[in-house]
Design a protein around this ligand. Structure first.
Ligand code: CA
Length: 230
């Protein structure tokens, strides 16, 4: 069960959020003060924290930065009014999203689902892919081959990243057009052929003498690890 910690000093709002989220199937723990909330994060980390910024004991932004020194838990901050400077500071301090009072439970639940989706995606996606001597880092968009930087265009990088993410499997030219060029229909497979030949040249190979990029005639291309082939 997904657990939510609600740190809010206003008893009425605290109960309303707790009730609304419990109705939607979440396990809810509440804390009326900032330090009590921080203790919960440290002792029994929840899946998401809802953090009011106006707390009587410690400023919510301070609580947020204390949480951030200890945990990557998604934090949605709650603010009393549309206060842009505070929101900007909260987001800069590591908040994942925010809601402005008064808010409904539907809105909070939607924000919770969104931060959980993002957290899940980040956890699933490895920081970098490596196949043989190739290392491809999606976040920095840097690709290297045997430690040497590859000077790739945007499309070449996207293509290499897609092929490496499915290393060993055939990726069709249609799929490449759809994923890299966002052309699910139409679009010329010739475009893929041309970029593939450029990519091959940068990897120091050719269609006649491939190492990483094996063409599968009439179907597509397969990225393999040449260092593990018999
Ligand atoms: Ca408050």
């Amino acid at each position: 069960m997904t657990s939510i910690l609600v740190v809010e000093d206003d008893a009425e709002i605290r109960r309303a959020v707790q009730h609304g989220l419990q109705e939607r199937g979440y396990a809810v723990v509440t804390a009326p003060r900032g330090l009590a909330g921080l203790e919960v994060v440290l002792a029994d980390p929840p899946d998401v924290v809802l953090l009011d910024l106006g707390l009587p004991d410690v400023d919510g932004l301070t609580v947020l930065s204390m949480i951030r020194t200890a945990s990557d838990v998604p934090v949605i901050v709650i603010t009393a009014q549309d206060d842009d400077p505070t929101m900007v500071r909260a987001l800069d301090s590591g908040a994942d999203d925010y809601v402005v009072k008064p808010f409904g439970t539907d809105q909070v639940a939607a924000r919770i689902r969104a931060v959980l989706r993002r957290a899940g995606r980040d956890a699933e996606a490895p920081a970098s892919l490596s196949v043989g001597g190739l290392v491809i880092d999606e976040r920095t968009r840097v690709a290297t081959l045997d430690g040497a930087l590859l000077e790739l265009s945007r499309k070449e990088f996207d293509m290499l990243h897609l092929l490496a993410s499915r290393a060993g499997q055939v990726v069709t030219k249609r799929e490449l057009l759809a994923e890299v060029w966002q052309q699910a229909y139409g679009g010329s497979e010739r475009t893929v052929d041309v970029h593939l030949s450029w990519l091959r040249r940068k990897l120091g190979e050719s269609a006649a003498e491939p190492r990483y990029l094996l063409s599968v005639r009439g179907v597509g291309v397969r990225l393999v690890d040449p260092t593990s082939r018999p």
